[in-house]
Design a protein around this ligand. Structure first.
Ligand SMILES: NC(=O)c1ccc[n+]([C@@H]2O[C@H](COP(=O)([O-])OP(=O)(O)OC[C@H]3O[C@@H](n4cnc5c(N)ncnc54)[C@H](O)[C@@H]3O)[C@@H](O)[C@H]2O)c1
Ligand SMILES: O=C(O)[C@H](O)COP(=O)(O)O
Length: 395
């Protein structure tokens, strides 16, 4: 069987090479794709063919993908958690230094200098007093969102001598374990904002975080604080930031998300969404996204999905049925009965749920014929059914 993968954006070669050519056709113009591999391209308005079984994001944020709609259709969306975290952390540190040492306006000042020799040197020395900065040790950094990126930013800032406070009501045990022990936990976002010299945002853009930083929240921050946004444009109300900068209440806004409203505004430093743009991060993200996609297409296994639970079961000799369904009672029972009626013996089974969705892998001692898969798809609540051939039978 040959799988067809449609790509959007530039996907790193290391990832594309991880698709065996004998089993995959991959490209930007692939028709009727089984899978989609994407970075930041906006898929919300993109017509997605009915053939699509899965979408993999070679990166972290999935706000460019219609996850809810795909969940209703039983289609998993994968991402590459942590694969670009180091790259983002390094750029956040650069942003921190840029903000505290006024590097962007200082560079602009030098670029505009004229004259030569002593006149030039005098202008340099006279001008530099406008760019007196602040040092990191003893300053307090507030990290909002302590996941893969926020956790690394917190630890790096701690190592540079900053005091670090974090806020993340949904932190995972794994991420909590990785935090330096003296990173303090804020009880609320307002508590964090009120006591920090720098605030760095590392939360996903979802409805609950849209314009998380607005007029009211900026008013809580101490004067001259620095706001770093390397997560998403929509987390910050731009008009609130511009007003606070104009009134001198906010020290600077360093962001990875330029916008016409921000262009040329004093106090704004904007980079062109470079957080994950290193060779290493692009390769790591693409390779992990391709692994996720291949595991799903070839074996039905789910790892690193943002809408489905992890469901990974070693293959047995026979065929495999993969069923995505609503998380309601008696689904596995009905599927099992249908298989029994077809004379298929269940060799192994794994069922997991996450929120309103559930997913089941069932290995049988034969192969599930299309008409049996069709009968299972007809069961009320079943969203998607795939019959995956035995490993030895794949051509
Ligand atoms: N600039 C870039 O190029 C770039 C690169 C990678 C990721 N990102 C952005 O950064 C985001 C975070 O990436 P990550 O890899 O750290 O993701 P992650 O899932 O590992 O971490 C996100 C954390 O935010 C927490 N969170 C969610 N809502 C919150 C809230 N309201 N308040 C506090 N914490 C909250 C979650 O519990 C989680 O721990 C991505 O969603 C993406 O938008 C940007
Ligand atoms: O969420 C992410 O991983 C980043 O925003 C990176 O986006 P990119 O893959 O388009 O660079």
């Amino acid at each position: 069987m040959v799988f067809r993968i449609r790509t959007y954006n530039n996907i790193a070669e290391a990832g594309l090479e991880a698709f065996p050519r004998s089993q995959y056709e991959v490209g930007a113009s692939i028709e009727q794709p089984d899978g989609i591999l994407v970075r930041s391209a906006n898929l919300h308005q993109e017509p997605l063919p009915e053939t699509v079984q899965a979408i993999a994001r070679a990166g972290a944020g999935v706000n460019n993908i219609p996850v809810e709609k795909l969940s209703e259709q039983g289609i998993p969306v994968f991402n590459a958690p942590g694969a670009n975290a180091n790259a983002v952390k390094e750029l956040v540190l650069a942003g921190l230094f840029m903000g505290f040492r006024h590097i962007a306006p200082a560079l602009a000042f030098v670029a505009e200098l004229s004259g030569e020799g002593e006149t030039f040197e005098k202008a340099v020395e006279a001008g530099k007093k406008r760019f007196v900065g602040r040092e990191l040790p003893g300053r307090r950094l507030g990290v909002v969102g302590l996941g893969a990126i926020g956790g690394q930013v917190a630890n790096a800032a701690r190592a540079l001598g900053m005091e670090v406070v974090g806020y993340d009501p949904g932190i995972t045990v794994e991420h909590a374990w990785r935090l330096a022990s003296d990173i303090r936990q804020a009880r609320s976002l307002d508590e964090l904002l009120a006591e920090c010299d720098v605030v760095s945002l590392h939360v996903p853009l979802i409805e609950a975080t849209r314009e998380l930083i607005n007029e009211r929240r900026i008013a809580v921050m101490p004067d001259s604080a620095l706001l770093l946004n390397f997560a998403r444009d929509g987390l910050v109300r731009r008009s609130a930031v511009l007003a606070a900068l104009a009134e001198g209440r906010l020290g600077a806004y360093v962001t990875d998300f330029p916008h016409p409203e921000l262009q040329g505004q004093p106090g704004v430093v904007a980079l062109p969404h470079l957080g994950a743009s290193t060779g290493e991060a692009e390769a790591n993200s693409a390779v992990l996204a391709v692994q996720n996609l291949r595991e799903f297409l070839e074996h039905g296994n789910i790892r690193n999905s943002v809408n489905f639970p992890d469901v990974v079961m070693p293959r047995t000799d026979g065929g495999r049925l993969a069923v995505a369904n609503a998380n309601v009672p008696n689904m596995v029972g009905q599927v099992g009965t249908t298989l029994a009626e077809a004379g298929l013996n269940i060799v192994d089974l794994l069922n997991r749920s996450r929120g309103e969705l559930a997913y089941t892998l069932i290995d049988v001692d034969g192969e599930v014929a299309p008409d049996i898969a069709g009968r299972i798809l007809a069961i009320d609540g079943v969203l998607k059914v795939r019959s995956i051939p035995p490993v030895s039978g794949r051509g």
